[in-house]
Unconditional design. Structure first.
Length: 358
C-alpha cells in the first residue's frame, strides 16, 4: 500500500521540531560570519546520504533494515543493529530531557520537571504502542492543524530583519572542527532512519522524500539567518534559543493574541512528541525482533519507565550538552555507515540475483 504523502509529511514534521530549537544555536556558535557555508555543507551531506540510503533500500523491497542485516549474518547484525539501537536510546533520552528543560525555561517555569517528562513520554509511548498506522494518521492530522501555523509564523518572523547583518559573506572552514557545528548534525541525522523501518508496511516513492528534504532547505537556512538578521551575530550567539527569542519579538497588531510564541512552541512540541513516538516505535521494533515472546505494549511500558527514571540522572543543561556531545560520535557512525552499508549490500544482492538467473 502506497503512503508516499504520509512518509513525506512524517519526514517534514520529524525534522521541523529539531530544526527550530537547537540547530540555530549550534550553527551561530560555530562561526562568526558566513553561516551559509556550514548550512550548505550540512544540507549537501543530508541529500547525499538519504539518496544513498533510499537507493540501497530499493534493492530490498518489503524488508526493513533489521531483516536486511539479520539475513546477512549475526556478525553484520551486531555491527549495525546494536549501534542503531544505542543511538535511538540516546536520542530518546536526550530529546525528552532537553525538550522538557526547554519547556520549563520558556513557558512552564512553575511546573515540576517530572510532570513534563512524564507527559512527553506517556503521549509518545501511547502513540508508538498503537503502531505505525496510528502514527501515520496522527502525522496527517497534526500537519493539517499545525503546519499552517508554523508557516505563518515563519514568514512573520522576517518582520524585524536587517539584511545588512548578513554581510560579510566570506568565511573559512574553521567551523568544521567546532563542537557546536558537529552537534548541529543532529537535525540532519535524527529523522531519516525511519525510512528503513516502514518498508514492510508501506511503500513510498523516493521523489516524495527528496521533495520533503528540499522543502526543509529554507527552514535550515532561515532558522539561523533570521536570528542573525534580527539580533545580530554577537547577540544571537549569547541566547540558548535564538529563533524562539526572535519569534517572541513579532508584533502583529491585527492578531487578537499578544504573543505568537505560544502557538509556535505548542505546534513544534506536537511535532517533537510525534518524533519521540517514531523513535520509540523503532526501538520497540528492534526489541520485538529479538524478543518476540514479549508483547510490544509491555516493551513500551518498560522502555518508558527506563527513560523516565534515566532522565533524572541528568540534573542540568551542562549534562545534557555533554551527553549530546558524546552522542555525536555515534551519530556520524549512523549517518555514514548505515546508508553506505545498505547500499553496498544491495549492490551485492543485485549481483548475486543476476548471477543466479544466468
Amino acid at each position: 500500500m502506497g503512503k508516499s504523502l504520509h512518509v513525506m509529511l512524517m519526514y517534514i514534521v520529524s525534522h521541523l521540531g529539531l530544526i527550530f530549537f537547537l540547530y540555530p544555536d549550534n550553527i551561530i556558535s560555530s562561526t562568526e560570519q558566513g553561516h551559509w557555508l556550514p548550512i550548505l555543507i550540512g544540507i549537501t551531506v543530508h541529500f547525499i546520504f538519504i539518496y544513498i540510503y533510499m537507493k540501497g533500500l530499493s534493492f530490498f523491497p518489503k524488508k526493513d533494515i533489521i531483516t536486511i542485516y539479520s539475513e546477512i549474518g549475526k556478525g553484520t547484525a551486531f555491527l549495525f543493529i546494536v549501534p542503531i539501537f544505542l543511538y535511538f536510546i540516546m536520542i530518546l533520552l536526550i530529546t525528552v530531557r532537553a525538550y522538557s528543560g526547554i519547556i520549563t525555561i520558556v513557558f512552564l517555569s512553575k511546573t515540576p520537571l517530572w510532570a513534563i517528562i512524564l507527559l512527553l513520554i506517556s503521549i509518545s509511548s501511547y502513540i508508538a504502542a498503537k503502531g505505525v498506522e496510528v502514527m501515520f494518521r496522527t502525522v496527517f492530522l497534526l500537519s493539517i492543524l499545525f503546519l499552517p501555523i508554523i508557516l505563518f509564523i515563519f514568514f512573520a518572523s522576517f518582520q524585524n530583519v536587517d539584511w545588512r547583518y548578513a554581510i560579510p559573506f566570506n568565511t573559512d572552514f574553521s567551523f568544521i572542527t567546532e563542537r557546536s557545528y558537529l552537534e548541529g548534525f543532529f537535525a540532519f541525522s535524527g529523522g531519516f532512519l525511519f525510512l528503513g523501518f516502514v518498508q514492510p508496511y508501506y511503500s513510498y516513492d523516493k521523489k516524495y522524500v527528496l521533495w520533503a528534504a528540499a522543502f526543509l532547505i529554507p527552514f535550515f537556512i532561515f532558522s539561523v539567518y533570521i536570528p542573525v538578521l534580527t539580533l545580530g551575530q554577537p547577540t544571537s550567539a549569547t541566547t540558548l534559543l535564538p529563533y524562539v527569542v526572535t519569534v517572541d519579538a513579532i508584533n502583529i497588531r491585527w492578531l487578537m493574541f499578544d504573543r505568537v510564541t505560544m502557538f509556535f512552541l505548542l505546534s513544534l512540541l506536537s511535532f517533537i512528541m510525534l518524533f519521540l513516538s517514531l523513535v520509540t516505535w523503532k526501538i520497540i521494533r528492534i526489541l520485538s525482533h529479538y524478543l518476540p515472546s514479549i508483547k510490544p505494549f509491555n516493551l513500551s511500558i518498560v522502555l518508558s519507565a527506563a527513560v523516565f527514571f534515566s532522565c533524572f540522572l541528568i540534573p542540568d543543561w551542562k549534562d545534557i550538552e555533554q551527553l549530546f556531545w558524546w552522542n555525536t560520535f555515534l551519530r556520524f557512525y549512523i549517518l555514514i555507515t548505515i546508508p553506505l552499508s545498505i547500499f553496498i549490500f544491495g549492490l551485492l544482492k543485485k549481483r548475486k540475483d543476476k548471477n543466479e538467473t544466468i
